[in-house]
Design a protein around this ligand. Sequence first.
Ligand code: FAD
Length: 514
Amino acid sequence: YHTLRVILGDQLNAAHSWFRENDQGILYLIAELHPEATYVKHHIQKLCAFFLAMEYFANALKSANHQVCYLTLDETKNQSLETVILTQAAKHKVTTIELQRPDEYRVLQQYRSLESNTTKHSVRVVDSEHFLLPFDDISQNFKPQHSVRMENFYRKMRQRFNILMDDDGQPEGGQWNYDSANRNKLKTKDLNAIPAPLCFQHDVRHLLERIERHDIASIGRAEPDLLWPVTRQDALNLLAYFCEHLLPNFGRFQDSMTSQTPHSWSLYHSRLSFALNSKLINPKHVIKSAITAYHENDDIDIAQIEGFVRQILGWREYVRGMYWINMPDYKEQNALQAERDLPAYFWSGDTKMHCLSSAIGQSLDYAYAHHIQRLMVTGNFCLLTEIQPKQVDEWYLGIYIDALEWVELPNTRGMSQFADGGWIASKPYAASGNYIHKMSDYCGSCHYKVKEKTGEQACPLNSLYWHFMVKHRERLAKNPRIGMIYGNWDKQDDEQKHAVLERAQWCLDNIETL
Ligand code: FAD
């Protein structure tokens, strides 16, 4: 072989230009790596999904007559990525090593070290050919340590790629954003109509056994039949299912939460994030397919399709830009100086707060929670109780099927914990129990009373919310979007204010018992 090409677990892009040529002098390397499986404690379904997707990808390349070296944990043992690459390069006597630009800073550092440590090979880095915004354009759209609003970025992306735009340059439907139509709560009558999620059944017994044999610690429910998409065909099937059955109600119920149906965990969400982040499927293709469905199906209105496109063309590309322009500094941010430890029930779901136990429980069961559960249930709780952002990041990075640092970190540390002081969010996503009650049916069957602020049975979020707002008043009161909230607080008499803060302090002091 003259060239070794490295494919990482999140670079399973069959449409990459690498695969257009069929040069028998090129060897593709795909390797299960112990350090990648342990840099954080991952959900067991996430480990299985990545390893199985890699295995299938290697097989697909072989079937297309490419030369592939697939190494399992048995072969790579505890070796680093760099060691594995250099060992294979030496073994096969290649002169060139080719890499795709990694999406995570951790891997970039390893690639930099590889480049500086190898004298025998020429190293070439190519694009991963996945995102819409070219990597080199990130610096024109984002500035380090500066707030950039998603909405402005999103509008530019709509125009640049001519997505949901009329011929006269106006947004289709006349409005850029239909967020206000995306806030319906699921009523009892809506529950029976929620479609079952499309789940796959991939036998992963051999992987469970291998992962255990290599002492890789994990979290979550182990399933011998993996329900996540691990091939391009799976991803296309999931996308087709989404467009037909879920997109007609995607925006409408995007923010709502329920624990009353067997499909509560998935609702109208696409669950395409793993397929997208491992690059089994291309974001442009997902957007195009959804827009075609919108044009062909009268049941899908503009608020549904715009809501979906905004997530992928807007949020997903935006957080990637924010990540790269701010790394490695992003990882050090703790603007609100939050230092408390994450309570143990984040690893068991064992709390009397029904919203938390539902969101955590389903995360452990499925390696999945939808956006509002991540942001407004677990995220909000960590924000209000001032959990150290590093611990919050590690939890999110481990537990979710789609968690890769480039997308997890800006969402967690930035959007949900406000630890960046507002680069991403214009104000903290802090909420009392009232918000959860408005958007879900969690509170009805909760041990705590959502209408109460004080007393032993009061929803902890109610007092914690005011504790948070009062504590950070100096920083937050200047914000015109928040200032008026303090008027409500100031109107209450001193005794009531004292009782609320006392209840909050009790909750903080006894956080493990909530
Ligand atoms: P859908 O609701 O069907 O949305 C469609 C697609 O839009 C998603 O697949 C995803 O690719 C994209 N998308 C939607 N929201 C976002 C967003 N805020 N940022 C980036 N892309 C978005 N997403 C991840 O992919 N990986 C993560 O590690 C991750 N961590 C998160 C942590 C926190 C605290 C929060 C609040 C959000 C996080 N998200 C993350 C974003 C979002 O919650 C998930 O992308 C989404 O829930 C995945 O489920 P889905 O595919 O069913 O999404």
